[in-house]
Design a protein around this ligand. Structure first.
Ligand code: ADP
Ligand code: ZN
Length: 298
């Protein structure tokens, strides 16, 4: 029998809880809206209790959480969501109540790192040791691996909040990041597209100038990651990347901005296999949570 794991993908708008062992091997899954921490964690615990009662015995739980989080196991606030702009959720102990309820190992990391681990285990990053996983949706976030280890460092990277060139004549939109205004997220997240063009992303036609501007901003970001981290691949997912041709447009701008400076065949002729969508579609997070639990369980 396969060893089962519990997986939680905790998003700012919805939670996904599942029991399973990998792609195509999900025994049970439930989605519910993110409300208050008390109610949402109660529903999470109820889901897993119910699974145990139904005979789905899992060995460890992995959590992929929206951030910012404290993922450092030796820290006093390990397993907390820290200072988030999301109302009611700042300084929430996430791991504590889950460990107390189940008395088993609970692994915890920022959602994008966990999704990166899912991609590394089963998706577009198999066999790579240095890569970036980005999501461009309600916000912009990213994680990944450096030399085979999930990116942590001081806390965890915040690749969505880097600064990129912003030509105010071409794009007078001031940006909407509550902390930085026109950082990458402020300029290029899904809600920024809506604020700038006064229409939902999926309502803007494929030939609308919104998409070339969006692709250029994301290409600047990719360029900065290429020059600092030297990733073997950049995986880009999230709602905004559902827009047809987005990956292709970003590759075009990356090619232009790099100007063939870095002498790698991947960057000079192989961008089609370098900037790619997630291999696991929208399941990278929840599957990554199984992989994270499995790492902890051994
Ligand atoms: P979240 O970031 O909350 O997990 P998503 O990754 O689904 O959610 O991203 C939601 C954002 O993606 C919204 O701002 C939405 O307008 C945008 N979006 C969804 N579909 C498209 C599309 N086809 N083209 C462009 N933007 C889209
Ligand atoms: Zn910002």
């Amino acid at each position: 029998m396969k060893t089962l794991y519990g997986g939680i993908e905790a998003g700012g708008t919805k939670f996904v809880c599942a029991v399973g062992s990998g792609p195509g091997e999900i025994e049970a899954i439930e989605r519910f809206p993110t409300t208050t921490p008390e109610e949402t964690l109660r529903r999470t615990i109820d889901f897993f209790r119910h699974q145990q009662d139904a005979g789905h015995h899992f060995e460890a739980i992995g959590i992929a959480s929206f951030g910012p989080v404290d993922p450092r196991p030796d820290s006093e606030t390990f397993g907390y969501i820290t200072a988030t702009p999301k109302p009611n959720w700042s300084h929430t102990n996430f791991v504590g109540p889950i460990s107390d309820a189940f008395g088993m190992p609970v692994a915890f990391d920022i959602d994008v790192n966990v999704a990166a681990l899912g991609e590394h285990t089963w998706g577009s990053a198999i066999g790579l040791d240095t890569f970036i996983y980005m999501t461009i949706g309600t916000g912009i976030g990213g994680g990944g691996m450096i030399n085979g280890e999930l990116m942590h460092g001081l806390i965890h990277p915040e690749v969505g909040h880097i600064r990129i060139p912003h030509d105010l004549e071409r794009d007078p939109f001031p940006g909407r990041c509550p902390y930085h205004g026109d950082c990458l997220e402020g300029l290029a997240c899904g809600p920024a597209i809506e604020d700038r063009w006064k229409k939902k992303g999926f309502e803007l036609p494929p030939d609308h100038p919104a998409w070339d501007l969006e692709a250029e901003y994301l290409a600047y970001a990719a360029l900065n990651y290429i020059c600092t981290v030297s990733p073997q691949k950049i995986i880009m997912g999230g709602g905004v990347m559902e827009q047809p041709k987005m990956h292709e447009l970003i590759r075009k701008h990356v090619k232009r901005l790099l100007n063939d400076y870095i002498q790698s065949p991947t960057l000079i002729d192989g961008l089609d296999d370098f900037i790619v969508p997630p291999g696991l579609g929208n399941e990278s997070g929840v599957l990554g949570a199984f992989a994270l639990a499995k790492h902890l369980h051994g």
